[in-house]
Design a protein around this ligand. Structure first.
Ligand code: AMP
Ligand code: MG
Length: 425
């Protein structure tokens, strides 16, 4: 048996500070050393990266006056009663060619996105004209100057500020960045992260369980949660509860921006992780007044490495990731974390004794446009079965003793895949 210290209830080393969720988050964010290196990344690899500087438009959009419709380009003053609102068709303005020249008393066929011919001041939709014999086009009596024209720079102008540092690039953003001629946006160089699961009992899914063993799940889940945040530079391992192995790994991991462990962060005799971190780094250790979530440890090692020691219970691990690591990573990338809390209608009651802020695994659904949240049965932090129905959390505040069916409660969606209609399990 490995005993690194004899537990003494009153020993200052074992005194656990209890913080609210907000205090714990603040304590973490105050200690994060934000990213300092940027890199230019090709646009086709930029999805999910975080903008590392102010990004400005390299061109005007639209880049030139062009047609919003398939139709005919005209100069409005050429149309009058005297010519019967007829003009001669003299050619075509095609997409991808330089602007053509419109001669007086003539019109040109034009297509959506094609440059407006010089001399034209309006485009008439093809549905609104008539083609007459002899190559003449008859127009309506009323046409508007500027009609169906997209003006150069009306969307944005060269030099406009489009993004600030800390913005995470989405698929929408790729459309804007490409249009603005930003081929290699500057982004924060992605963090390098080491994910370690600890526990003598852990084996990989696929191996045969021996007595006392369980399948490891936190390492996989944490890596997937990181990927959902766009972080993919991850190394990982599963280690035994051996202080020498853990010490060697953690001490050699100071080039990682984040080291995330699960298990071994509690107060059991084998809970070595936090002690080794406190030997090699500067550790903050507390119990947050949340459920699930045992004491977690956070701190820094070396010049720039941060570590999080998450609880081992799978549900506690994934909830504490969401509550602490997600805001920490956004902050590290110079972004702003927005707590995604929404009002929802309770589907079903939940009763409890007030105390900690609780995060219930819940099934969110939409009923006639109203967000609903059903607490799932089996809320023990070791119980993973409800995860196959979980697409959000219900937040139960410290002073609350629960809620009744139909009450307005607070929910955190974990996905945008929220089905319509009331769901049951
Ligand atoms: P610990 O925090 O190490 O005391 O672990 C608490 C509980 O979580 C124990 O039942 C462990 O077996 C379980 N556990 C720890 N790590 C993992 C893991 N990576 N995957 C699944 N269960 C784990
Ligand atoms: Mg353990």
């Amino acid at each position: 048996m490995v005993t690194l210290w004899v537990k003494q209830r009153n020993h200052p080393r074992n005194k656990i500070i209890v913080l609210s969720l907000e205090q714990a988050r603040e304590a973490i964010l105050a200690k994060i050393i934000p990213a300092s290196e940027t890199t230019a990344i090709p646009l086709d690899q930029a999805l999910n990266h975080y903008v590392g500087t102010t990004l400005t438009a390299q061109v005007d959009n639209p880049a030139f006056d062009n047609s919003a419709m398939d139709g005919y380009a005209i100069n409005c003053k050429d149309l009058d009663e005297a010519n019967g609102y007829q003009l001669s068709l003299i050619g075509e303005a095609a997409c991808g060619s330089a602007p053509a020249q419109l001669a007086p008393n003539s019109t040109m066929r034009i297509f959506t996105g094609a440059p407006l011919p010089q001399g034209a001041d309006s485009v008439v939709m093809q549905e609104n004209i008539e083609v007459s014999d002899g190559g003449k086009i008859t127009f309506p009596e009323e046409v508007k100057i500027g009609g169906n024209i997209r003006r150069r720079g009306e969307d944005f102008k060269k030099g406009d500020n489009l993004y600030n540092s800390g913005h995470q690039i989405t698929s929408n953003d790729l459309a804007l960045l490409a249009t603005a001629g930003i081929a290699q946006p500057i982004v924060w160089t992605p963090p390098r992260i080491l994910v370690i699961a600890t526990g003598d009992e852990l084996i990989s899914p696929g191996d045969t369980l021996q007595p006392g063993q369980i399948y490891e799940s936190n390492r996989l889940t944490t890596i997937a949660q990181l990927a959902e945040l766009g972080v993919t530079h991850v190394d990982s391992d599963t280690l035994r509860d051996d202080p020498n192995i853990l010490r060697e790994h953690f001490a050699g991991a100071q080039n990682y921006d984040f080291i995330i462990t699960s298990g071994g962060a509690s107060v059991g005799d084998y809970d070595l992780v936090k002690q080794i971190f406190s030997e090699i780094g500067e550790i903050s250790f507390w119990k947050a007044r949340i459920k699930p979530g045992k004491p977690i440890a956070f701190g820094r090692v070396g010049e720039r490495s941060h570590f999080f020691a998450l609880p081992g219970n799978p549900v506690a691990s994934l909830v504490t990731f969401k509550l602490f690591i997600e805001p920490a990573l956004i902050h590290w990338h110079h972004g702003t974390f927005h707590d995604p809390q929404l009002q929802a209608r309770a589907l079903g009651p939940y009763q409890r004794r007030p105390g900690r802020r609780e995060f219930l695994r819940a099934q969110l659904s939409i009923d006639n446009g109203i967000l609903c949240a059903m607490p799932l049965p089996g809320q023990g932090s070791h119980m993973v079965r409800p995860l196959n129905q979980t697409n959000g959390f219900i937040v139960v505040n410290e002073t609350s003793s629960g809620f009744k069916d139909g009450d307005t409660i607070t929910a955190i969606p974990l996905t945008t895949h929220i089905a319509s209609g009331q769901h049951t399990y």
